[in-house]
Unconditional design. Structure first.
Length: 313
């Protein structure tokens, strides 16, 4: 069966009853606000933060979604004792900059990657935000920079580098992974790390926000109508090595988004690996099913070994 039970279907069809007023990580993990005080460029939201569970399932599990995030946080998931290899990855869940799929495209990633010795930092970034506009429930500028999400992503990368010694992380092995809208955010931080999106606040903001590797999974917002790359994504020789995954039958973010980004990376000689599958739809995350695309994490691990970010098993 085609995995087209996309997160967007949940948005349209509704969710089961709310679990809590705000999202909380599992026991033993603490989410920490990334901004001291009010985040920059804060704007009114349509309501308070809420957490709901989908009625439908993906990979046999429901999806937890967050709405109306005004206080962005990061949550550190450490590898098991003795398995740390110094690498770290910051996770950007998807949700169209309208919601965040915090388990399917968040904690599921941390459950996977920490077992390979990689520290995982899950970012709960602000939504709703550009390109989505909640007042009209529309995206009039679908390729706009994703403010304030990009501010939150840059700040988090800098904080991870600032805490690298404390968290036993190599500051030169900090990457990003994101899904759908989060995949666009991956491309944004990979190409806009020299762009000042907020006024520096403390010593952490002296750190670089450039990721050392990048993994956009079924990314959106990258292709223009004429099949060229979004001009806000200016690929250069400094863009980090990139691993891309998408299904050709994705009916939410078309495969052209990955193709135009891959082409720009290839033409600029940025080390890039792309995996396209005939079937898979959208929002499949990491949950294994009978569809081959759901085994992409095996390929991702091999790529991380190949670029020197993690050791071979």
């Amino acid at each position: 069966m085609r995995l087209a039970i996309a997160l967007w279907l949940f948005t349209l069809c509704g969710f089961a009853h709310a679990q809590s007023e705000t999202w909380q990580p599992s026991a033993g993990h603490e989410q920490v606000p990334i901004w001291p005080g009010t985040p920059p460029d804060s704007k009114p939201l349509p309501g308070p933060e809420s957490v709901k569970t989908s009625k439908e399932t993906i990979g046999g599990k429901t999806v937890v979604a967050i709405r109306n995030v005004s206080t962005p946080t990061m949550t550190l998931y450490r590898p098991p004792a003795g398995k740390e290899n110094g690498a770290a990855i910051v996770v950007f869940p998807g949700g169209g900059f309208e919601i965040l799929a915090m388990d399917l495209e968040g904690t599921d990633v941390c459950d996977w990657i920490t077992q390979r010795g990689v520290a995982c930092v899950l970012l709960k970034y602000r939504v709703p935000g550009e390109p989505y506009r909640w007042k009209c429930n529309c995206r009039p500028h679908n390729t706009a920079l994703s403010m304030p999400s990009l501010q939150d992503a840059q700040r988090t990368l800098r904080l991870v580098r600032a805490h690298a010694a404390e968290w036993h992380i190599d500051p030169h092995k900090i990457g990003v992974i994101g899904f759908s809208a989060g995949g666009y955010l991956v491309a944004e931080v990979s190409t806009n790390f020299n762009r000042k999106t907020y006024t520096p606040l403390d010593d952490a903001d002296k750190q670089s926000s450039r990721p050392d590797f990048a993994m956009p999974v079924y990314p959106g917002h990258l292709a223009m109508p004429n099949h060229t790359l979004n001009p806000n994504i200016a690929v250069t020789s400094e863009t980090p090595p990139t691993f891309i995954v998408q299904a050709e039958d994705d009916d939410v973010d078309p495969v052209e988004d990955s193709l135009v980004y891959y082409t720009a990376l290839k033409n600029t000689k940025v080390p890039t690996e792309i995996h396209l599958y005939a079937k898979g739809g959208h929002a499949f995350g990491l949950r294994p099913t009978a569809v081959p695309i759901t085994r992409w994490p095996v390929l991702a691990e091999a790529w991380l070994v190949n670029i020197g970010m993690i050791p071979a098993n």
